[in-house]
Ligand binder design. Sequence first.
Ligand SMILES: Nc1nc2c(ncn2[C@@H]2O[C@H](COP(=O)(O)OP(=O)(O)OP(=O)(O)O)[C@@H](O)[C@H]2O)c(=O)[nH]1
Ligand SMILES: [Mg+2]
Length: 368
Amino acid sequence: MKVVVIIPTYNEKGNVRPLINSLLNVFRSISHDMHILFVDDNSPDNTAEIIQKECQKHSNIHLITGEKKGLGAAYIRGMQYAADCLKADVLMEMDADFSHKPEDIPRLLSAIDKGADFVIGSRYVRGGKIPRDWAFWRKLNSKWGNFFARYIAGLYKIRDCTAGFRAIRVSVIKKIYLTNLKVKGYAFQIALLHRAVASHAVVREVPVEFIDRVEGETKLGLADILEFIINVFWIRFNNSRTFIRFAIVGTSGVVVNLTVFTVLVHSGINKFIASPVATEVSILSNFLLNNFWTFRERISKDIIPLKGLKFNVVSLIALGFSFFTFILLSFLFPDAAPQVHQAIGIIPATLINYFLNSYWTFKDHDHS
Ligand SMILES: Nc1nc2c(ncn2[C@@H]2O[C@H](COP(=O)(O)OP(=O)(O)OP(=O)(O)O)[C@@H](O)[C@H]2O)c(=O)[nH]1
Ligand SMILES: [Mg+2]
């Protein structure tokens, strides 16, 4: 197995040589074909020149250079190069400043050997550590970053979403269109993790101790924090897009229902016939819109009439839920206006409607 440790560098002249020595030392205890790829963004302190000298001495050290566009952009270039030109099987992400201990690499790789696709050197699982002397704001920054990623972007199963010490199978990277990740800075870490989780990669967290840098300066800036927050909300929005579409279709159904009812009654049809007809027409229009818009990416084994029938069954179940809520609330809060009971009933009805249609009527047979 060929493993390429990708290390982005920007003004790390004091760190690269000791880091290379330390890595080469650790590589001796690993049975895989180990390589290092530095991605230097034309550091003004001439980091690249130091690396270049090491490349001449060791055939497993590589360097690519480029314009400074941020950590994410550097990783994207590095990963593409490692996968396509170096033909790596596994990629690793690692900082140049000794925040990630080279001695932890074997443990990360052994999780890959045991079948994981995406291994995170995690500070926030049992056994993982952050520096004791981290100032309050620094801890808060890191904790908030993770809180945001876990609960807003929906990566709640993962404790350390922002970690920059990882081992990833190239097969996972190949499923993710890296150039489509519109992130330049540190937000790359969660954008990549989110895509990996969405493509059903097996994610494992291995505890590591994070050490503060001694040499050089931090490069994390305000623009990075802003990009991070925007990205987290963007991921959330994308995740809820199907539900938003479903709610829009539902609202359109109310309009269709009332319009058809009014037209029928005005053309002299009995209101007790007009009512169920209008409801069924709105169910059918909802079904068609959901089939051809909301869930259009889903691949189904069922023919359209069968899906339409399922959609009707789900509507009936949702009606049951709404009616049950109405009765329950009428008994519990007899003094409140019945319109309130009826309106609150819409909430469970919509949720059950969405849930059943999403997991049954429009079930995606591609991912089952
Ligand atoms: N190529 C490249 N590398 C970068 C860029 N920004 C940061 N890096 C590198 O990415 C790694 C992580 O950056 P750091 O500044 O250490 O960020 P951090 O670890 O969040 O912050 P500290 O804890 O203060 O070190 C280091 O190896 C940096 O040299 C960039 O724009 N381009
Ligand atoms: Mg660092």
